[in-house]
Structures are given as structure tokens and as C-alpha cells.
Design a protein. Structure first.
Length: 254
């Protein structure tokens, strides 16, 4: 942030008298180089985190597809086995119908076929239960993959080329807030009487829409919600950073 000092009265046409007031002002070092260095390190770590997450998602997705293909093949084979068993059952029933006249001789065969049919029915039921269990596992894995992808997309919203620009020009730094779905934005140079005084807010990224959870100093909730609603409509993070800074500057003047 650059402070501009203007003389209260015009001195055009007059020779300077004594040293200038600007020469007596202290040399203020805001630590921009250190801030840029920290933001560069943060950006590198953040990019590495995103790249690692993408690789992990790709590996898990490939493994998931392989597992689904194996389950589908196993399901197809089991379905074929059931069709074969059903065909055998039908053949046995036809045989029993044709040989109904040979009652005594076929009673043993009928009992054996009945037992085999019951066994096949039990096997079929067991296969059906197994298929349902497998389907539930597949659904659970798909839901987990979608939740993980949504989390990565939420974090990726902050990986924009202009973030470093706004951080530098708004005297801002970004910190963790103690939770995976929250970020803390800390401002300085918002109080004209004390440039080192800090103001901050925590941003929740756990859902599609942004949400400001906490802030210091305390701001009017209605004003904060207006800024957040405007950002959720435009999806521009810069509008949030500038809007919150303006609210802090206004609060510091009170």
C-alpha cells in the first residue's frame, strides 16, 4: 500500500523554506518482499498439493474402474451360471413329466432332483444377496469419489493466477483456520492510526457457495452477507477480498 502526502497549501512560486515535511517522515518498510516470498512459497506448496491430489484421484479412479470391470465380469459369469442352472432345472422337470409313469423307479430321482433344485435356489439367493452387497459397495465408493472430487474442486477455487496480485495489493495473507474446509484471510494497513493492526475473517469452502463464519473486528452480519451473496453470484474471489477489506476499513474508522 502506498501512502500519498499532499501539502495543505500550494507553494507554487515560493522558494522552499527549511527542510520539507516529507523529508522528516520515517521510512516505513511494509515487508512486501517477505510477503511476496511467503506467498510464492504458499503458491508452490498449494500447487504441489493440487498436483498430488490430482494424481491420487486419477490412480483411485483407474483402480475403481478396474474393480467395477471385474465386478461386472463376475456378475455376468454368475448370471450365466444361474441361466445354466435354470436350464438344468427345466430339463429335470421335463424329464420327470415324461417319466411320470415310472413312479417307483423315478421317486429316488425326483427326490435327488428336488434336493438339487433347493440347493440351486439357495445358491441363487446367496448370489442375489452377494450382488446386492456388491452394488451397495460400488455405490458407496462412487459417493466417496464424488465427495473427494468436490473437496478438491472447492480448494482449487483459490488456485487462480490473480490471487498473488490481490494478496500483494490488499496487504493480505492467507492462513489455515484449523479445518480442512476453512481458510483465514488476514489484512493489515486497514487502520490509519495503526498500520500493524490486523483484521481477519474465516471463509468456509465446504460447499459450492462461500460462507464467512468468523471475523475480527466484528462486522454487521447484513453487510457481510451482501458481500458474500454478490460473490456467490459472480464467483469472483477478488470481489470478496476487496469487499471484506472495505468493511474492515469502515469499521476501523468508527
Amino acid at each position: 500500500m502506498t501512502s500519498v502526502f499532499e501539502p495543505s497549501h500550494s507553494t507554487s512560486g515560493r522558494p522552499p523554506v527549511g527542510p520539507s515535511m516529507a523529508d522528516s517522515l520515517p521510512n516505513i518498510n511494509f515487508g512486501f518482499d517477505e510477503l511476496r516470498d511467503r506467498m510464492a512459497k504458499f503458491t508452490a506448496k498449494f500447487d504441489a498439493f493440487i498436483e498430488q491430489g490430482r494424481k491420487r484421484v486419477l490412480e483411485e479412479r483407474n483402480q475403481f474402474r478396474m474393480n467395477v470391470a471385474e465386478l461386472q465380469e463376475d456378475q455376468r459369469m454368475k448370471k450365466k451360471d444361474i441361466e445354466i442352472l435354470q436350464l438344468k432345472t427345466s430339463t429335470y422337470q421335463q424329464t420327470m413329466t415324461k417319466e411320470a409313469a415310472e413312479t417307483r423307479e423315478m421317486q429316488a430321482a425326483i427326490a435327488a432332483l428336488t434336493a438339487q433344485r433347493d440347493k440351486q435356489a439357495a445358491t441363487r439367493d446367496a448370489l442375489r444377496v452377494q450382488m446386492e452387497t456388491t452394488q451397495r459397495e460400488i455405490d458407496a465408493r462412487v459417493a466417496a469419489q464424488r465427495a473427494h472430487q468436490a473437496q478438491l474442486e472447492a480448494q482449487a477455487r483459490f488456485n487462480v493466477p490473480e490471487l498473488d496480485f490481490w494478496v500483494t495489493n490488499l496487504c493480505l495473507r492467507i492462513e489455515g483456520a484449523g479445518a480442512e474446509d476453512r481458510l483465514k484471510f488476514v489484512y493489515t494497513h486497514v487502520d490509519e492510526k495503526n498500520w500493524e493492526r490486523e483484521a481477519w475473517f474465516e471463509l468456509c469452502t465446504g460447499s459450492r457457495d462461500y460462507d464467512v463464519k468468523h471475523c475480527r473486528p466484528k462486522l454487521e452480519r447484513e453487510k457481510v452477507e451482501r458481500v458474500v451473496d454478490r460473490v456467490n453470484e459472480t464467483r469472483e474471489l477478488a470481489a470478496l477480498l476487496k469487499g471484506m477489506r472495505e468493511l474492515f476499513v469502515e469499521a476501523m474508522k468508527v
